[in-house]
Design a protein around this ligand. Structure first.
Ligand code: R5P
Length: 292
């Protein structure tokens, strides 16, 4: 059966190439705002009896989540048989613990919300730190796709003498896979409650004549990359590269990372950004065909 695929909130280059690769049919809907900022939504493609995929870009989730749920429920009410959510970047995964009394466990609340409206979820490298798997908070089937092989191939094809650096213990789970046969190291990071980051560098690591490549799942404020770049500057290494899967780049993060000494920043197109060089569309297709 051909998937009927809705790109949400609007068409994107990744969405277009995903639909083409999976040979799906693009679904259309009209989304407007009333003067009082409430939503008007009308389907322009019939979902009756169809297997639906909503390919959602959920960066800046708060302004999108209500409309996403309106779309999913409208598709179901009008006869959609299966409603799958494909979100290359899954937000709200980093608040995976109540760190201070009274905090909301937003990862779990967000998971419950999505689980109530979708039949399954496919995503790329969600931030799994204190949760071992998405099943701890999502009650629907989930499929996690890993971008490490794509990062590894990019390094293989573009850097002759790489030294892979994971900026914190959380990165240990995939830095080894990214590095392949190349040397790698995982650093220790402490994030202070006000957001400032400290990274410690082991003494006996020799990266002379190599190209340091900092690899992280997410770049948000850029604080993690910037601290690691400061250490590399002190060590006098070759100009470093930064590689990331999800380029959130809050505020001036991208500019600040370049200012801190990154020669280049390379990212996957899980979110659109000028640094996108690694296309995840083939991975999305593979992931979807494995969950459905
Ligand atoms: C969390 O520990 C993640 O793996 C990233 O290191 C983190 O989200 C990066 O955030 P920021 O760019 O704000 O330091």
């Amino acid at each position: 059966m051909t998937f009927l695929i809705f790109n949400f909130p609007s068409p994107s280059p990744l969405g277009t190439s995903f639909i083409k690769l999976i040979e799906g049919e693009e679904g259309h809907f009209l989304l407007k705002e009333f003067p009082d900022k409430e939503t008007y939504l009308r389907l322009q493609s019939s979902p009756k009896g169809r297997h639906i995929i909503i390919n959602a870009s959920l960066f800046h989730p708060n302004i999108k989540i209500v409309n996403l749920i309106f779309l999913a429920d409208t598709l179901r009410h009008q006869g959609g048989e299966q409603i799958g959510l494909l979100t290359p970047y899954l937000p709200y995964m980093r608040q995976d613990k109540v760190f201070q009394t009274g905090e909301a466990l937003t990862s779990a609340i967000f998971a419950k919300l999505l689980s109530n409206h979708f039949d399954y979820l496919v995503t790329i490298d969600p931030h799994l730190h204190r949760y071992a798997s998405l099943n701890e908070i999502y009650s629907i089937p989930t499929k996690v796709i890993h971008a490490a092989p794509l990062l590894s191939t990019w390094i293989q094809e573009n850097v002759s003498n790489p030294f892979i650096i994971g900026p914190d213990q959380e990165s240990a789970q995939w830095v080894k896979a990214v590095a392949g046969n190349h040397p790698f190291i995982v650093l220790n990071k402490i994030r202070h409650p006000e957001g400032h980051v400290d990274i410690s560098w082991p003494k006996d690591v020799d990266i002379k004549n190599k190209t340091p490549i900092l690899v992280d799942d997410i770049i948000s404020s850029g604080g993690t990359m910037i601290q690691a770049l400061h250490y590399l500057k002190q060590l006098g290494t070759n100009p470093p590269l930064c590689l990331a899967i999800h380029p959130l780049f809050a505020g001036n993060a991208y500019r600040d990372i370049l200012k801190a000494g990154a020669e280049k920043v390379i990212t996957c197109n899980t979110l659109p950004h000028p640094t996108n060089q690694i296309d995840v569309a083939p991975l999305l297709v593979e992931g979807l065909l494995n969950v459905t």
